[in-house]
Design a protein around this ligand. Structure first.
Ligand SMILES: CCCCC/C=C\C/C=C\C/C=C\C/C=C\CCCC(=O)SCCNC(=O)CCNC(=O)[C@H](O)C(C)(C)COP(=O)(O)OP(=O)(O)OC[C@H]1O[C@@H](n2cnc3c(N)ncnc32)[C@H](O)[C@@H]1OP(=O)(O)O
Length: 163
């Protein structure tokens, strides 16, 4: 039986100024605290949504699944570019910063509540500033959603916008 745990996550080492994302920021008390790590040459995020994130009773709200795919994509691209730059989580180097340019989701099967969701990502470099992550979301062994995210290295215009 596979262990459902991400030991080292890229979000754990985001500097404080970018650790506030509603989906994956560790400093956002109201957020989901999604955490993304390596899983062989793929990436993984494990997340069990609280009961309130339902669409139809018994099933997860699709927007939340899109959020999972979004932040899993951001984290996966950051992991991959960090590694390409010669770094691993924990070596003290600051990870690269990405924003989502495009997010597409196919909802393949109803996603049940109260089970851990497993997002598995395949990362592709389009060029050094633009990456693509294909993500499959499983509830237990059922493939429930598949998404594609295009990520672009964060422009400097995103900094100092906190208010
Ligand atoms: C809202 C706050 C977000 C803060 C994020 C902060 C930090 C992120 C750092 C690390 C992660 C940390 C925390 C996690 C945070 C968030 C995780 C969730 C992700 C998000 O929640 S993040 C918010 C939603 N996100 C946006 O708020 C983006 C708004 N947008 C823009 O800021 C520009 O639109 C931008 C930068 C996307 C590009 O614009 P630009 O003008 O700088 O550059 P340019 O046009 O040259 O595009 C360069 C290459 O991207 C291709 N490209 C552009 N748009 C495309 C599209 N739609 N589809 C496919 N490819 C596209 C072009 O085709 C070109 O490709 P090529 O180089 O090959 O020609």
């Amino acid at each position: 039986m596979e262990e459902l745990k991400v030991e080292k996550a890229i979000q754990d080492i985001y500097p404080d100024d970018i650790a506030w994302c509603y989906g994956c920021g560790r400093l956002n008390d109201d957020g989901h605290h999604l955490r993304t790590g390596w899983h062989g040459d793929k990436t993984i995020t494990i997340y069990t949504p609280e009961s309130k994130y339902m669409g139809i009773p018994g099933f997860i709200y699709g927007g939340l699944i899109a959020s999972l795919i979004d932040c899993h994509g951001t984290g996966s691209a950051a992991l991959a570019l960090h590694r390409k730059n010669g770094h691993e989580i924990g070596d003290g180097a600051e990870p690269p910063r990405f924003v989502t340019a495009n997010l597409n989701v196919d909802f393949l099967k109803p996603t049940p509540q109260h089970v851990p969701l497993k997002a598995i990502g395949t990362v592709e470099e389009i060029h050094p500033k633009k990456w693509k992550v294909e993500t499959e979301v499983y509830a237990q062994d059922t493939l429930c959603a598949r998404g594609t995210v295009v990520l672009v290295v964060m422009p400097s215009t995103f900094l100092n916008k906190n208010d």
